[in-house]
Ligand binder design. Structure first.
Ligand code: CMP
Length: 139
C-alpha cells in the first residue's frame, strides 16, 4: 500500500556535494518527494531524533556527526516506500552495500553512511512529524 517514509541526506553526503545525485536516485527509483528542506540540527534535536540509540556505545559520536553540518530531510511517498527506500540505500555498513545503492556510491563507513531511512511505518510516522508539519507536504 501507499506509504510515507522519512529520509535524511547526512552531513557527509551534503558536504561532499551529493544532494543532487541522491535526490535524483530517489526520484529515478519512483519515490515521490512530498517535502524536502535543508536544516542544521541542534544537539538537542539530534539527540531526540536518535533517542532509541541512546544506550548504544556509538550514540555520542553519532550525534556529533549528525550536527557537524547541514542535512537534507525529506518525506518520500510510494507503494511500499519504506522497504523500497531501504533497498535503494543499501546496507548500513557500506562494505556490505550492493552495487547501485546510495551507500555503495556515497557512504564512507558505518557511521558516515550518507543517508538515513525509516525502518517501519510507526517510526516513519514519528520521524516525519519530528521535522515536518502537514502544511509543508505537497498533495
Ligand atoms: P541510521 O540509519 O541513521 O541509524 C542509526 C545510525 O547510527 C546509522 O544510520 C549509522 O549512521 C550509525 N551507526 C549504526 N551502527 C553503528 C556502529 N556500529 N558504529 C557507528 N555508527 C553506527
Amino acid at each position: 500500500s501507499k506509504e510515507l517514509t522519512f529520509s535524511i541526506i547526512k552531513p557527509d553526503a551534503v558536504a561532499a556535494g551529493n544532494i543532487g545525485s541522491i535526490l535524483q536516485m530517489i526520484s529515478d527509483a519512483g519515490l515521490k518527494i512530498k517535502a524536502t528542506k535543508m536544516i542544521h540540527m541542534s544537539r538537542e534535536q539530534a539527540e531526540g531524533f536518535y533517542a532509541v540509540h541512546k544506550e548504544r556505545p556509538f550514540f555520542g559520536e553519532l550525534v556529533d556527526f549528525m550536527i557537524s553540518g547541514p542535512v537534507v530531510v525529506s518525506v518520500l511517498e510510494g507503494e511500499n516506500a519504506i522497504a523500497r527506500y531501504r533497498e535503494l540505500m543499501g546496507a548500513t555498513n557500506p562494505e556490505q552495500a550492493e552495487e547501485g545503492t546510495i551507500r555503495k556510491k556515497f557512504a564512507t563507513n558505518i557511521q558516515n553512511n550518507a543517508v538515513h531511512g525509516s525502518d517501519a511505518p510507526e517510526t516513519a510516522a514519528v520521524e516525519v512529524a519530528y521535522f515536518f508539519s502537514n502544511i509543508e507536504m505537497v498533495g
